[in-house]
Design a protein around this ligand. Structure first.
Ligand SMILES: Cc1cc2nc3c(=O)[nH]c(=O)nc-3n(C[C@H](O)[C@H](O)[C@H](O)COP(=O)(O)O)c2cc1C
Ligand SMILES: [Mn+2]
Length: 473
């Protein structure tokens, strides 16, 4: 059996049942589903939520189940990569980096063998409003598809996969906003040749697939091979309905929506509730025509809770792993990289190093910026600081940094296009905070209690069960 979403949900039910909440009552994907997720978040709960029954975009009962918030915790991402749920800190990033080094080529199946072809809608049968697409935030106005967009390089045929949203404008027409990265580059080259670019939205697969699409690899390399690396087996592909071998799509996906991005057409897109926690503006963006929708029997439609952890955590782990590898080439003693939720998992990175020579912290920070344009602030700390513990990181900033020595600003560098504080469309500034201890003079010693005393004192011998219960141990 190939690995897919259903097999992952089974593993989750067995190893981390508290991570999945099932709702039997029929939900409306228009704002009601996100209100439920928001109520949970307000109580500090971030389970994946599987709605067993959902309405479609017309408010009618649909045959689709709706799954959201799947990627909102690193624990669930750890389980997706075959780790224990407790291994969600640097073990998860290290595992991603290790797995990604060994690429696994995909295999191509015939149509009859592909679960995603169990139901095929083409021509007049194509109707996006039949899907349970969520309208997540008040000002979105329309439902937006939001998941993995796959495309083939118009010149080489190599496949790229990356998350993108698509505004639904009619039963077959969508808008697509893309920042200048790989998919953007593919389409611009197709457009220069006057051709449309085939693209497919993949809504639902084993979450290792979604995690793989956020890897940092050169554009010439095949992202389906990275999906194989993280899945631990070749990704199974199948020719698309509308474009045949020119666009191969994941055979074990739940739902695939095949479309063409139209050359020389721009239409209004947005506002949209962004990963930043703000609405992004309305602007002229690409337009697409949907050619086919295919899905499995008893389909599960996966939708991100846009603007929340579900939208950002999935992108963080591949970025952390890619930056860890690149920083390691410059500073071999790098220990860990973390893109915290407080920086929307993109704008801020915490990097720890075992500094051996003065100046290595700056080298680590400089190496971290180029691979990912949205990274804006890098904080470098010593190895005694756990980069997954934000309080420790800020303690290092508070006690090891003098602002006139520890900060550097780099101006007019490619930045994220969705950062609301950025003045110009594609460039902004970067900040380095070197929160490592100086090496050229003695530094204050961190508090500690002798190790042998710590080892000798066992709390069970000092606190009765009832007293231990008071402090939750
Ligand atoms: C859930 C999610 C939604 C995203 N939506 C978009 C989007 O609509 N447009 C965009 O340009 N980038 C979006 N991104 C960011 C890209 O997926 C990300 O930068 C990716 O690495 C680009 O890959 P590529 O260079 O292979 O195209 C999204 C990321 C996530 C995790
Ligand atoms: Mn790419």
């Amino acid at each position: 059996m190939a690995r897919d979403l259903r097999d992952y949900l089974d593993v989750l039910r067995k190893t981390a049942p508290e991570e999945l909440v099932v709702v039997e009552r029929e939900v409306n994907p228009r704002l009601e589903a996100s209100a439920i997720l928001q109520h949970l978040e307000n109580r500090d709960a971030s389970p994946a939520v599987l709605f067993q029954k959902s309405k479609n975009c017309r408010g009618e009962s649909s045959p689709f189940r709706l799954l959201s918030n799947l990627h909102a915790t690193r624990r669930r991402c750890a389980v997706a990569l075959g780790l224990e749920k407790e291994q969600w800190r640097s073990e998860l990033v290290d595992a991603y980096a290790r797995l990604q080094r060994r690429r696994v080529k995909p295999v191509v199946l015939g149509r009859d063998e592909a679960p995603v072809k169990e139901v095929v809608r083409t021509g007049k049968e194509v109707d996006l409003y039949e899907l349970p697409v969520m309208t997540v935030n008040a000002m979105d106005g329309q439902p937006y598809l939001n998941n993995v967009a796959v495309a083939a390089d118009p010149d080489t045929g190599v496949h790229n996969a990356s998350h993108h949203r698509m505004k639904i404008k009619s039963p077959t027409r969508t808008g697509l906003y893309s920042s200048p990265r790989h998919l953007w580059n593919y389409f611009r080259r197709a457009e220069e040749q006057g051709k449309p670019l085939p693209v497919a939205m993949v809504h639902g697969h084993h979450p290792a697939f979604q995690l793989a699409t956020e890897c940092l690899i050169p554009m010439e390399e095949d992202e389906y091979e990275v999906a194989g690396s993280l899945l631990g087996e070749p990704l199974r592909l199948v020719p698309s309905e509308a474009f045949g071998d020119r666009l191969l799509v994941p055979a074990d996906a739940e739902v695939v929506i095949e479309a063409e991005i139209l050359p020389n057409v721009r239409e209004a897109e947005g506002p949209y509730g962004e990963f930043t926690g703000y609405y992004g503006p309305m602007r002229y963006a690409w337009a697409c025509e949907v050619k086919a929708i295919t899905y499995r029997k008893d389909p599960i439609f996966v939708h991100y809770f846009a603007g929340h952890a579900d939208h950002t955590v999935v992108g963080a782990i591949g970025k952390e792993a890619g930056i860890l590898e690149i920083v390691r080439a410059a500073v071999p003693t790098v220990k860990a990289v973390h893109f915290p939720l407080s920086g929307c998992c993109r704008f801020i990175a915490y990097i720890s190093i075992a500094q051996k020579a003065e100046g290595e912290a700056r080298v680590a920070a400089m190496a971290a910026f180029p691979p990912f344009d949205e990274l804006k602030i890098v904080v470098v700390v010593d190895e005694d600081i756990d980069v997954f513990n934000e309080r420790q990181v800020l303690w290092a900033v508070a006690t090891r940094v003098q602002p006139d020595e520890g900060l550097d600003i780099i101006r007019q560098v490619r930045g994220g296009t969705l950062d609301p504080s950025q003045l110009r469309p594609t460039d902004g500034s970067k900040l380095i905070i070197d929160a490592t201890k100086p090496m050229d003079r003695p530094f204050a010693r961190t508090l500690d209690i002798p190790e042998e005393t710590m080892a000798k004192v066992r709390l069970e011998e000092w606190l009765s069960a009832s007293e231990r219960a008071k402090v939750g141990i």
